[in-house]
Ligand binder design. Structure first.
Ligand code: ADP
Ligand code: MG
Ligand code: ZN
Length: 473
């Protein structure tokens, strides 16, 4: 009877080398307050200078989501007081953002659904507070890191759709290489706005905003909890008193949301154009340069299917992250068989990565795996033996050929060795040979099995097949 209505705000840090309004480094995890200067410390008289790389990355994002990129946009001051904000205002974009009216297509079941993106604007990140028992500390290294705030329309109808949207957005940012989009390090942060309404009702009801969500699982859980809380309040006649416009925090141990503060209206921020910054007018050359996009996940998926003939479900696994797609493309470049690459990446390698090891940190890189696949392709070892080799090289950095030698895995492809066994097997089974020659084709498999068994599994099966066929006529 109720419908869930969700709109998402994502803050992603752009991966520029320097901050958005000064030359300080943006690198993460450094000694506190070592990447600061008069501008990002807000010392009197220091002036901001806009980083063109941040603008370029924002334009590319706009193009990738089919949006309008405004040739002219404006930086405004968003005023509020907090210790991690040295100027007591954040430079942001309010009236005219750089990007407007975009869209993202997500998969819901087997249907495509369009989610509108209202706007994406540039702003500066704040510093970071940490609280100790008797004092609080402020680290301003992060202050001034460029952020792109991406605001969706309230088009999302379930926690599954929310996660699908965020994953899609995440992968676009990574494939564009405009953000590390690392949730743990806070370079991809999401606020979730949730409301409910009776099915069929068009109007928007009171929304709450949930903050402090740094994993897809928590986002899912937070939405599920919040929807249930609002529906129960409605059914028990407590909706008007209990569902109020506010900001709530997600408790990651109890998996519930709790009120944090009442939601401020934009009027409270006293936005006004920043007199220290001119309007941003994008030069034509920059607009053109930033509009040339790398291949995005949907395009890669389609190309993998048509060019390499791989299955849709395999293509989905491979484009699930930028690193995976890159690994796959490097792997394919070093081998001749896309099918072999797919199985050995998605089944054999991924199946062996445990304990949080990812494709990025995989001890077997794409060059090593392609060497291994080459040994299968040229008949040096069988696929079965290659699995043993992979087991070894995932634990140590022993050379592939030395593992093959040490474990005696080399296949025998030498004709005379195989032929002599074939002769022995056929001589010992004269009755079966006669049956085969009189039409019992199925016996062929039996001969192959016998020869392979005598060869102790070291014979190249393709070679055995070939020689047996000639021998039997
Ligand atoms: P603010 O800046 O105050 O958070 P915005 O206008 O930027 O407000 O909207 C924030 C988000 O809330 C947007 O993603 C929007 O789609 C979403 N939203 C607005 N109204 C609702 C609602 N009733 N239910 C769910 N989401 C909503
Ligand atoms: Mg907002
Ligand atoms: Zn600085």
């Amino acid at each position: 009877m109720f419908e869930t209505v969700i709109g998402l705000e994502v803050h992603c840090q752009l991966n520029t080398k320097t901050k958005i309004f000064c030359g300080c480094s943006t690198s993460f995890g450094e000694e506190p307050n070592t990447h600061v200067c008069p501008t990002c410390l807000a010392l009197p008289g220091a002036l901001p200078v806009l980083n063109s790389q941040a603008v370029k990355k924002a334009i590319s994002f706009g193009k990738a989501i089919n949006a309008t990129v405004n040739k002219k946009s404006i930086f405004d001051r968003k005023n509020y007081f907090y210790p991690d904000l040295p100027k007591a205002y954040q430079i942001s974009q309010f009236t005219i953002p750089i990007v407007e009216n975009g869209e993202l297509i997500i998969k819901v079941g087997d249907k495509n659904k369009r989610i509108g993106i209202t706007r994406a604007h540039l702003e500066e990140d704040a510093g970071k507070n940490s609280h100790e028992s008797k004092s609080s500390l402020v680290d301003l290294n992060r202050a001034g890191t460029p952020l792109l705030e991406i605001v969706s329309e309230p088009d999302i109808r379930s926690s599954d759709e929310a996660v699908a949207y965020l994953k899609k957005l995440h992968s676009i940012l990574r494939f564009l290489n405009i953000s590390d989009a690392n949730m743990q390090e806070g370079s991809f942060r999401c606020d979730v706005n949730v409301s409910i309404r009776p099915k069929g009702d068009e109007k928007l009801y009171t929304r709450v905003e949930i903050k402090n969500l740094n994993s897809f699982r928590f986002i899912q859980k937070a939405i599920e909890y919040e929807v249930e809380r609002q529906c129960e309040a409605w059914e028990d006649g407590r909706y008007d008193s209990e569902v109020v416009q506010e900001t709530r925090l997600f408790d990651t141990t109890k998996l519930i949301t709790k009120p944090m503060r009442s939601k401020e209206d934009s009027a409270e921020y006293r936005y006004f154009p920043d007199p220290d910054l001119l309007p941003v007018i994008i030069p034509d050359e920059l607009m053109e340069e930033a509009s040339i996009l790398p291949e995005l996940p949907d395009e890669k998926r389609a190309r993998y299917i048509s060019e390499f003939g791989i299955k849709e479900s395999d293509a989905d696994v491979i484009i699930s992250s930028y690193e995976m797609a890159k690994y796959f493309e490097d792997l394919i470049a070093g081998t001749n068989s896309p099918k072999l690459c797919v199985t050995w990446l998605t089944v054999e390698l991924l199946g062996r990565l445990k304990n949080g090891v990812t494709i990025e940190t995989s001890p077997v890189n794409s060059a090593k795996l392609s060497t291994l696949l080459n040994r299968i392709e040229d008949g040096t070892i069988s696929q079965k033996a290659a699995k043993d080799v992979l087991d070894v090289i995932i634990e140590s950095d022993e050379d592939i050929d030395s593992v093959i030698d040490r474990l005696g895995l080399k296949q025998v492809s030498d004709d005379s060795a195989i032929l002599s066994i074939i002769d022995t097997v056929l001589a010992a089974n004269e009755d079966k040979v006669a049956e085969y020659k009189s039409g019992k084709d199925k016996l062929f498999g039996f001969f192959v099995g016998q020869v392979m068994k005598e060869g102790k599994g070291a014979f190249n099966p393709a070679k055995v097949n070939e020689l047996l066929k000639t021998k039997l006529g």
